[in-house]
Every structure is written in structure tokens, then in C-alpha cells.
Design a protein around this ligand. Structure first.
Ligand code: AP5
Length: 219
């Protein structure tokens, strides 16, 4: 089982690169944000609770997040491993993940930090568009769709995420960067952290991430 954790501030490019790594490595991409947005859309109890936090740019409480994500990680398609995008986001989540993996005789093989300066992140969020069907990610300038406003893969309309309004993006930065630093420190202390320069073009970031994945552990 190969478990990769993608780390980065909101808008650093985790979702974009997770899709690329999924194709290259043949293990599924599990995104905490996609799980939460599906729950919000379906108006489940978890979704109703999560919406209160997400709309303010705050982290969803650990207990809820840990249950939701670890349930997803236990599904059969992740038996051979997964690329974790957006989880863990706090130290308690990182510890809960370690415990759950240890029960399966597994561990986090590599934590990959996509490092992007804060000034670039607000601009990225403002230009981001996602497809309604599967959350494929575009950017109006850096990664536009072939036909404006339409997903290349699903043919569905592209929308702007609710939490990509500038004031919510700034709130996400303010409230979430401290927790990100904790999680980065957690994996650095375990000596499994690799940092990649996320200011490079999208394809170059992908190649840097692939190079940072230990071939013995994941390729
Ligand atoms: P989530 O959906 O995980 O959002 P996020 O971490 O804020 O990350 P984003 O999806 O905004 O960015 P990304 O890094 O995936 O970047 P992307 O590839 O899209 O979480 C949403 C909310 O849910 C959170 O705010 C929180 O409330 C809650 N939540 C989620 N997980 C949680 C947890 N574990 N615990 C508690 N709460 C949780 O790229 C961004 C844009 O930049 C795109 O337009 C893309 O095309 C463009 N781009 C990408 N790479 C490049 C590049 N190299 N150059 C130029 N443009 C680029």
C-alpha cells in the first residue's frame, strides 16, 4: 500500500497535481474538499455542519473530518494506496491517519509540500473554475479549458467555487496557514517531507513531485 500526502496552502495546486499523480501512479486521488462539497450538496448532517465552517473559510472540526475521511480511505478502491489531498490538515488529523494506517500495517510513505507564496494564492483562487460533474480544475489564465466555460473532460459547465470569493480566500489563508505549518513540521520530524516549488508551470510542478516520490515506495 502506497500512501502519499499532498500538502499546500489553499490554491497551491494540490487538486491539479493530485489528478496528474493519480494518472501517473495508478492510485486514487482522495480529496477532503470534494468529500465535503458532496456532503454539502446532498444536505447530509455532516454537510450541513461543514457548510457553516467552509463558508467562513474555517477548518471543519477534527472529529467530523477524521470520521469522514478515514471512512473514505477504507473503501476497497483505496486498498492499494491513495493520494491524499487536503487531509490531514491538523496535527490531530495526522495522528489519527497514522493510527488508522498502522492498523492496516501501512504508513504515510511521503508527504509532498507544494510551496507557493501567499501573494500568488489569492490570484489563483480568483481565476479558478471547476466542473460541476467531477471537480476538474481549470484556471482562466494558467490552465484554461479548450472551450470557454466548458469542462474538456465532462462537457459540463464550469463554475466558481463559493469559497473562492476574495474575502473568503483571505480568511482561509489567515485561519489555515498555522495548522498547515504544524502538519508540515509533523512530517518533517518523521523525515518523509519533500518540498517542491509550486511557482513553476503546472507541468514542471508535476514532474518535480514525481521526482520527489521515492521510487522504491511509490512508483
Ligand atoms: P479544499 O477543497 O481542500 O480547498 P483548499 O485546501 O483550500 O485547496 P484548494 O482546493 O483551494 O486548492 P488546491 O491546492 O487544490 O489548488 P488547485 O489545484 O485547485 O477545502 C475546502 C474547505 O473545506 C477548506 O477551506 C475547509 O473549510 C474544509 N476542509 C477541507 N479539508 C479539511 C480538513 N482536512 N480539515 C478541516 N477542514 C477541511 O489550484 C488552484 C488554482 O490555481 C486552479 O485554478 C489551478 O488551475 C491553478 N494552478 C494550479 N497550479 C498552478 C501553477 N503551477 N501555476 C499557475 N496556476 C496554477
Amino acid at each position: 500500500m502506497t500512501v502519499l500526502v499532498l500538502l499546500g496552502a489553499p490554491g497551491a495546486g494540490k487538486g491539479t497535481q493530485a489528478k496528474f499523480l493519480e494518472e501517473q501512479l495508478g492510485i486514487p486521488h482522495l480529496a477532503s474538499g470534494d468529500l465535503l462539497r458532496a456532503a454539502v450538496g446532498a444536505r447530509t448532517p455532516v454537510g450541513v455542519e461543514a457548510d457553516r465552517f467552509m463558508s467562513r473559510g474555517q477548518l471543519v472540526p477534527d472529529a467530523t473530518m477524521i470520521r469522514l475521511f478515514l471512512d473514505r480511505l477504507a473503501q476497497p478502491d483505496a486498498a492499494g494506496g491513495a493520494i491524499l489531498d487536503g487531509f490531514p490538515r491538523t496535527r490531530p488529523q495526522a495522528e489519527a491517519l497514522d493510527e488508522a494506517l498502522a492498523e492496516r500495517g501501512a504508513r504515510v510513505d511521503r508527504a509532498l509540500l507544494i510551496d507557493v507564496p501567499i501573494e500568488d494564492l489569492v490570484q489563483r483562487a480568483a481565476g479558478r473554475r471547476i466542473c460541476q460533474a467531477s471537480g476538474h480544475v481549470y484556471h482562466l489564465v494558467a490552465n484554461p479549458p479548450k472551450v470557454p466555460g466548458v469542462c474538456d473532460i465532462d462537457g459540463t459547465p464550469l463554475i466558481q467555487r463559493e469559497d473562492d470569493r476574495e474575502e473568503t480566500v483571505r480568511a482561509r489563508m489567515n485561519q489555515q496557514l498555522g495548522a498547515l505549518r504544524d502538519v508540515v513540521g509533523f512530517y518533517r520530524s518523521k523525515d518523509i517531507l519533500k518540498t517542491v516549488d509550486g511557482r513553476q508551470p503546472i507541468a514542471a510542478v508535476g514532474e518535480s513531485l514525481l521526482a520527489a516520490v521515492d521510487p522504491a515506495g511509490a512508483a
